[in-house]
Write a protein that binds this ligand. Structure first.
Ligand SMILES: [Zn+2]
Ligand SMILES: [Zn+2]
Length: 241
């Protein structure tokens, strides 16, 4: 099989009086295929990026109707804007998949499984949205994660946004930590590929942020989020030094 990163996501935003402007906004899109039986498209980008997507597929001699699976990270428009182009694809999103031809939907119990070709593994990376998932796969001796919005570089060079609730922040950092620890290369939904020294640098920042939040929790928070905190502490026990 071959892995092709068709393009990386862009995200330009500015804030004016009560309006959050987003321009040139699309997710990253990738294709995993054997050019024979299975063509898995990871996210589809926004409608704004449709021409670019069709051009990139054409460069690889792939027609939209040849795509067999759409592996979507979550339902935001910048990631699912072009699903209508792929009429023959089985759509995989959060806890279900949907057959485009019959309209039949089947529910996955939990998506920490391998329901896709090429051993692609689905990981529930909750935090950005509750139903968010990321996709792990092996290629050319390396482990990759197509992370979607579960990893945003600026959240680790700077901070996870203040408007995230405490639960959302904890889930987001927990998912992101798992992703950083479980692969060599991260392809985020927006901006550049994360690997090597940059990955180590961002991971350290992530751990620091998580530790600070865990340290500052009130008795009330500790009680309210006790189940989630138990899971987080369990997973943190396996941290590499
Ligand atoms: Zn996005
Ligand atoms: Zn999103």
């Amino acid at each position: 099989m071959e892995f092709n990163l068709l393009f990386l996501g862009e995200h330009e935003s500015s804030q004016s009086d009560r309006i959050y402007n987003i321009a040139n906004h699309t997710s990253s899109v990738a294709l995993i295929t054997d050019f024979k039986n299975d063509y898995v498209l990871l996210d589809t980008g926004s409608v704004w990026a449709q021409d670019k997507l069709l051009e990139k597929l054409k460069d690889l001699n792939v027609k939209p109707e040849q795509i067999t699976h759409l592996a979507l990270t979550h339902g935001h428009l910048d990631h699912v804007g072009n699903i209508g182009l792929f009429k023959n694809a089985l759509v995989h999103i959060h806890a279900c998949h949907m057959d485009s031809k019959t309209g039949l939907t089947s529910l996955y119990k939990d998506m920490h499984e391998k329901p896709l070709p090429f051993g692609i593994e689905v990981f529930p990376s909750r935090g950005h949205t509750y139903e968010h998932v990321s996709y792990f796969f092996d290629y050319d001796g390396l482990r990759y994660c197509f992370a979607g919005d579960a990893v945003r570089e600026n959240h680790f060079t700077d901070k996870v946004p203040e408007y995230y609730s405490m639960e959302r922040r904890l889930r987001y950092l927990d998912s992101a930590r798992h992703i950083f620890e479980s692969c060599d290369v991260i392809i985020p939904g927006h901006f550049g590929v994360i690997e090597g020294e940059q990955k180590t640098f961002l991971y350290k920042n992530l751990l620091k942020q998580e530790e600070e939040i865990l340290k500052r929790l009130s008795i009330y928070d500790k009680f309210k989020y006790r189940k989630l905190l138990k899971e987080i502490h369990y997973r943190r026990k396996f941290l590499k030094n």
